[in-house]
Design a protein around this ligand. Sequence first.
Ligand code: ACO
Length: 310
Amino acid sequence: MSLIDAIRAKAKADVKRIALPEGDEPRTIKAAEILRAEGLAEPVLITPESIAADPQRLESYAAKLYELRKAKGLTEEAAARLAADPMYYGMLMVKMGDADGLVSGAVHSTGDMLRPALQVIKTAPGMKLVSSSFLVECANRSFGENGLLVYADCVVNPCPNAEELANIAVATSETAGKLCGITEPRVAMLSFSTKGSASHELVDKVREATEIARGLAPDLLIDGEMQLDAALVPEVAALKAKGSPVAGRANILIFPDLQSGNIGYKITQRLGGADCFAVLQGLASPCNDLSRGCSVEDIVNTVAATSAQA
Ligand code: ACO
């Protein structure tokens, strides 16, 4: 069974209510029909009309938003205005327990979806940081977990420090287990250096992050710093990182920053022909972002993944 089939099966087994703030966008409307017909989720299409149809609910959402953000200077008037915006309304719907998760991004940019998610839904208890996992299915099954790899962070954090990078590594190993069924996450902390082959403050950051992650998750197989070839190719690992429990067999790749992570997944997708899709991790309830070029099928799959996370 492919990863997406497994995720769809998980979604079907426990149908969740997923808010779709771009509820008048044609691909989203079509996706909602498919989701309903296939029993993958209960989509909640949010439009300016649906918001106006229930003024009492809007009022209670505006009050909640004011309570959440007044310490940050949000006024009651501004809260009322923002709550009527479909993106904020969707986030508040999840926050109030009227939906189990949210998917958007067919129209909005990643930042326009992430900011309200961070402000309203906030991080899960015990989590300091929201980040993302990119689920990557390669045709070459010798890589990762039978061709499946998880990359992070390719979406959220532009310049993570060592502590944040360690948090991303641990959160990604948890997503790999929960969503992808990877029972033995093997985490490579990527760099342009392998085990001291180069020295630079950027390399020091990755080395420090590896140590912090070991402290956070002592049972996790994690190693670094290492180059991509040392992480994936056993022959290179034998030369450059002998004795590493991860090198040559990594199934999780942690990139040192957002530039390398975002470029890395796009190279894998465009030149390598791999199937890739992202989920956010660390939020108190699942919210996921689409690419503006997404197809109806991409929306269906992302909603299914959001349901499975919920
Ligand atoms: N985890 C948890 N909380 C966070 C995080 C995070 N990673 N980042 C910001 N926050 C919090 C802030 O502390 C702040 O909280 P507060 O308002 O309660 O104090 C709130 O979120 C908003 O933060 P801002 O500083 O106002 O927002 P910022 O301008 O930092 O934007 C964002 C955050 C949107 C995540 C930004 O870092 C960003 O744009 N990231 C890149 C997104 C992107 O363009 N990705 C690439 C394309 S995606 C693709 O190709 C698939």
